[in-house]
Structure formats: C-alpha cells, structure tokens
Design a protein around this ligand. Structure first.
Ligand code: ATP
Ligand code: MG
Ligand code: MG
Ligand code: MG
Length: 439
C-alpha cells in the first residue's frame, strides 16, 4: 500500500478522552473512531489488525476441529424465555421491539441460539462430539464503557459451544479449548494466563479466564510467578489425544493463579513468598463447562447408545477479539507508539522515502516494494512529500516491526537503512539484503 493512497488519519495531539495508553494510541494511529459511547468505527489500520486476529482465531479453531457458523446479531426474546435468562440477564441486554411489537434483543452471547440449532438438527449420539463457533459482533449495554475497545458496548467476540454425550467428553472439549486458546494468544504475541474464575451469568462449575497482565487491567489477580515462565511454543498437538490435552491443562493450571472472585488467601500463602504476585490483568477470554444447564431447559437431547434420550453436556468458550487489540497495545508499546508483534502487524514493513521525487530514490523504493510484495509480504510505502521527521514519527506511531529508509545519500553507497521498531537498532545494507532479512 502506498500511504498517499491510503486512509490513515493520524492525530498529532493526544485525545483528551483517552485514559489509557492503548486507547490513546488507537485513536492517534487512526485505527478507530468513536461513533457513540462504547461504539466504534474501525478505520483501515484498525480493521486490518482486527482481521488478522480473526484469522488467527479461525486457524486455531480449525486445528482443534471446531466448526465455524454465523448466527444473527438480532435475536428474538422467545429462546431466552425458554432458558429463563431473559429476566435474569439484566440491563446489560439491549432490548427492543420490532414493528409487530415482538420482543427482540441484540445478542450479548448465544447459548440459547446455538442450542436451538443443535436440537433442531442433531438427534443421535453418533453425531457427537460437535463444537460450533462464530466470530460475531456482540452488544452489552455496559454500565461503564471505557478504555476504548477494551470495554466497549459493541464488541467483536469469538464464541464457541461444545455438545457432548457425557461429562467426560465435555471436559475433553474444555481441555481442547484451553489448549487451543493458549496457542491462539501466543501467536498474537501475548502471554494470557489461565486463571480459575467465577462463572457469572453463564453458570457452571468449571471455568478459567485468560488474563494478560497489565497495570490498566480491570481484574485483580493473584498468582505464583512461576506461571509466567510457561510458554506453549511450537509443540505438536493432537486434539483428539485426551491425555495430551489433559497434561497441558495441568501444566498451565496447577500453579496458583486466580482472579479476585475465587482468590483463596490460605492457598495463596502456600506459594513460596518470593513467588507470590498480586497484580492486575485484562480478561481476554474465558472457557466454561456448564453441563446440562441449557440442554435440559431447552430440551436438547440425543438418543444415547441404549436408545434412551439424554441431555447433552455443553460448555461455552469466548475470546474478546476486539479487546485483544487493546491488550496487545497495553503489553507492547513505548513512548513513540505501538510496537506490533509480527503475527498481528497490519503491515510487515514500512518503506520511508527520504526524498520523494528523486528519480533514484523513487526507483529504489519501488523496487523494494515489489520485492517484498513478491515474497507475499505487505509493505506500507510512505511516498508522501513530507519531511523525514514526520514520516519517522508516523511509522513509529503505527508500530510496524521493520522500517526501510531509502535516501539518495545511502543509495550512492548502495545501501538502505533497516530499523527494527522493537529494538530501535539500525543497520545499513543493500536493498536486497534488507528485503531478505525481513522475509
Ligand atoms: P468482563 O468481565 O470484562 O465484563 P465478561 O466476563 O463479561 O467480561 P465473557 O462473557 O466471558 O465476558 O465474554 C468473553 C470475552 O469477551 C471476555 O473474556 C472479554 O475478552 C470479551 N468482552 C466481554 N465484554 C466485553 C466488552 N464490553 N468489550 C470488549 N470485550 C468484551
Ligand atoms: Mg461483563
Ligand atoms: Mg469477566
Ligand atoms: Mg468472562
């Protein structure tokens, strides 16, 4: 993409409404624009990152054997009356009437809707296990929307639902989700720690939240610092291998790590004192096992091996896709701007032409641009007639991992400058070598 043809409305001044760094940087980098309280338009740069995160989620869900669907944003109240949640859900649910005076609502989550799909089409245990998921906009009329996309009212969420014959099968689905989430967050360049949590209005006994440690997080967390040494890495996972999934779950959840809702001071005190940490975290996902809560209320049964109908065991699993962008920025920035992890960066590399209009510099930039594109990479070429200082500031703000700086002086010696956004280190090398290094 050439910056002269792109739409990147960066702000010079710090927006006064933004209280935390990720919100400030998302506004300044022209990623989002507020449309109403807690509701945002996604501008090209923000939308690109959102799509990257979404793709990672889809890829990892596919790997785990989960199947994508898309359910509507508007729901009828009827199903929620069946489960009993229409009255229970409270004011976070945005309710409205259609022209025929029917009660409608904007989806805050979709257990009822997916259970209705299931009971309408699945009748035998032979069709299990089944996990359906979607990535869809949600609306919750949060009492205090704030921090930009971190706590929006409209937000983008992956929500998945497993249907299993037995509790044991459903617990395997739970473990599978935990493992796939660990992989997902790590690909996004994040450490998200599974912590024992409280199930809230979804209901159920088993639940973990995934938290990214950050001072601006809204949850208070208590953990054994040894959990932060765990990394998923590139292990090979067989998602049908129950023992493997169980072992990984144990590896990542046996050390003390809890949110304030389930914190147990006596247990915490058994952690060696020098490893006890009290901190803050951002909830970027949660997994639940809730058994037959919805299947019994809504009559979602299958015929078991003995021919008798049994209610299916279920769980639900969510990832806050739009919130993750805020979390990534909270975890990865400096005073100049965002520092994107490679896996989610909107562009792989910026090209800064120090002397736009100079034949040689223009030709060299074009050549680098083509070479990167030919390798399947996505460069952003600042081809505007601007001063170098302004171009550098924009590149630092939007945080691309690499910058190639091209100017007549360097080209005389056959070199360009390659700069890493994360380390700030620069080196001079030939345009070809710079391209190779990025790829
Ligand atoms: P929170 O405790 O932050 O209100 P939640 O526990 O109500 O979140 P879940 O029902 O577990 O949310 O939804 C799954 C994920 O969706 C959360 O882990 C979070 O990452 C994301 N999410 C929830 N509410 C919001 C929101 N208002 N804005 C952005 N993301 C959200
Ligand atoms: Mg909530
Ligand atoms: Mg929560
Ligand atoms: Mg939650």
């Amino acid at each position: 993409m050439r910056l002269s043809r792109y739409f990147l409305p960066v702000l010079k001044e710090n927006p006064s409404e933004a209280q935390i760094v990720s919100h400030r940087l998302m506004l300044r980098a022209g990623m989002i624009k507020q449309a109403a309280t807690g509701i945002y338009s996604w501008l090209p740069l923000g939308f690109k990152v959102l799509r990257k995160l979404e793709n990672i989620v889809h890829e990892e869900q596919a790997r785990a054997g989960h199947i994508a669907i898309q359910m509507p944003i508007m729901q009828s109240a009827d199903l929620w009356r069946e489960s009993g949640r229409y009255d229970d859900y409270g004011q976070e649910m945005l309710r409205m009437k259609d022209r025929h005076d029917r009660d409608m609502l904007f989806t805050p989550t979709a257990e009822e809707l997916v259970t209705d799909i299931f009971r309408g089409h699945v009748s035998s245990y032979k069709d299990l296990p089944l996990t359906l998921y979607q990535i869809q906009w949600k609306f919750r009329d949060e009492i205090r929307p704030r921090f930009g996309v971190m706590r929006g009212r409209e937000f983008y969420m992956k929500d998945g639902y497993n249907f299993d014959l037995t509790k044991e099968d459903a617990l395997h689905a739970y473990n599978r989700h935990l493992v796939s989430y660990l992989r997902t967050y790590e690909r996004m360049g994040l450490q998200a720690i599974p912590m024992r949590a409280d199930s809230g209005p979804i209901g159920g006994d088993d639940t973990h939240e995934f938290l990214v440690l950050a001072d601006t997080g809204e949850s208070e967390v208590f953990y054994d610092s040894a959990v932060t040494d765990l990394t998923f890495g590139d292990r090979q996972i067989d998602y049908d291998d129950r023992a493997q999934c169980q072992t990984i779950l144990e590896e990542f959840t046996s050390k003390y790590a809890r949110t304030d809702e389930t914190h147990d001071e006596a247990l915490f005190n058994q952690v060696p004192e020098d490893r006890r940490r009290v901190a803050r975290g951002i909830e970027v996902g949660q997994i639940f096992y809730f058994g037959t809560k919805y299947s019994e209320a809504m009559g979602a049964t299958v015929q078991g091996p003995d021919g008798k109908p049994v209610p299916v065991h279920m769980g639900s699993h969510g990832i806050g896709v739009s919130r993750l962008i805020g979390a990534i920025i909270e975890a990865s920035h400096d005073e100049k701007g965002i520092i994107w992890p490679e896996g989610v960066t909107p562009f792989h590399c910026g090209i800064v032409n120090l002397k736009q209009g100079d034949d040689e510099a223009d030709a060299a930039c074009d050549k680098i641009y083509k070479a990167l594109t030919a390798l399947g990479l996505d460069p952003l070429y600042d081809d505007r007639k601007e001063r170098a200082g302004g171009k550098f500031a924009t590149m630092d703000l939007i945080g691309l991992p690499w910058r190639i700086t091209v100017g007549p002086r360097g080209l005389k010696n056959g070199v360009v400058e390659l700069t890493s956004r994360r380390t700030g280190e620069s080196e001079e090398l030939s345009p070809e070598a710079a391209v190779t290094k990025i790829a």
